[in-house]
Design a protein around this ligand. Structure first.
Ligand code: HEM
Length: 291
């Protein structure tokens, strides 16, 4: 228990450092921010991408491992909430880079960084939308959730790794493009390792350490919050129905669901009926017992 807390605190501390470093790099060495198609608009790009796809995303995916006494519903909402903010910020971040290219007649999507970057944003948006429909909307069939969960977890980790790769390649590319000692550039070349390069390289190292800490937290199954073991219970016992709308309940079998149906009916009668129908359908769903 103590080690998960230390790892989690380390990840929170590194999150702040990553945001502060990227903000200072763009704000101090790169001249600040604007939204006018100039290179100052581009400066939003690293800040928004690191904040959304590295820091917010990383924190959202370790949420289920943190030993909080939160209910399943609260964890779900926080996970979805952090990721929703990340979607908005990442789309704005990509717009900042595209606007800058358009405004300065620079071709779009020519670099390896931009290819990895655009794939990451597209996959992330699809994953977010899929997750929202499958795990947050109460009328999604339970069997479909059980079916989708392993893919969702695998894709979630893969997208995080892609975000780390995109960020590191972006930092490197930006330094190579700007600290080139050409075009009347008043900065020393990258090869001379000026203060800006040292600072931005350190940002890259922070991103790497943050990524490794998040992956370490994710890879240790002993740190899974015992509350969420229910999810695998459901996989082992497809007859169990989980209440996903009633914030006070985390797990209810069919009997309990009927038992608390008055509370349920009070909030949503048709939903209760629908869940029961899905429950009956689930018992004939060919995949549920295999998962
Ligand atoms: C998850 C993180 C990131 C993603 C998904 C991402 C995505 C993208 C995309 C899609 C483009 C293409 C824009 C266009 O073609 O008009 C781009 C361009 C660019 N990005 Fe990033 N980016 C990320 C992080 C960063 C970071 C941290 C930096 C550091 C400064 C950076 C630097 C650049 C640079 C210099 C360009 C323009 C040159 C090029 O098109 O490769 N990126 N990025």
């Amino acid at each position: 228990m103590r080690s998960i807390v230390s790892f989690y605190l380390l990840s929170v501390w590194l999150s702040f450092l990553c945001v502060i470093f990227v903000w200072l790099w763009s704000g101090t060495w790169r001249g600040g921010f604007a939204w006018d198609g100039s290179f100052l608009q581009f400066n939003w790009h690293p800040v928004l991408m690191v904040t959304s796809l590295v820091v917010l995303y990383g924190n959202a995916i370790v949420l289920y491992r943190v030993p909080l006494t939160w209910s399943r519903w609260r964890c779900k909402l926080s996970h979805a909430g952090l990721l929703s903010v990340a979607v908005v910020l990442s789309v704005l971040g990509v717009c900042a880079a595209f606007d800058f290219h358009r405004g300065n007649n620079i071709p779009h999507l020519y670099s390896l960084h931009s290819w990895i970057g655009i794939s990451t944003v597209v996959l992330f948006t699809l994953q977010w939308f899929g997750g929202l429909c499958a795990f947050l909307l109460p009328w999604t069939p339970l069997a479909f959730r059980v079916f989708l969960k392993p893919l969702h977890v695998w894709m979630g980790t893969a997208i995080f790794i892609l975000s780390l790769i995109a960020s590191l390649s972006g930092i490197s590319e930006k330094l190579l493009l700007t600290l080139n000692g050409r075009n009347g550039s008043n900065t020393e070349p990258y090869t001379a390792l000026p203060a800006e390069a040292l600072f931005a390289n350190s940002l890259g190292i922070l991103v790497v350490i943050f990524g490794l800490v998040v992956l370490r937290i994710l890879s240790n199954h002993k740190w899974k919050n015992p509350q969420f073991e229910n999810e695998s219970d459901r996989e082992r016992h497809p007859g169990v129905v989980f209440c996903c709308c009633c914030p006070s309940a985390s797990r209810l079998d069919l009997l309990c669901l009927q038992g608390c149906s008055s509370a349920y009916l009070g909030c949503n009668e048709w939903l209760f009926e629908l869940l029961l129908t899905f429950y009956q359908l689930e018992s004939v769903w060919p995949f549920s017992s295999d998962l």
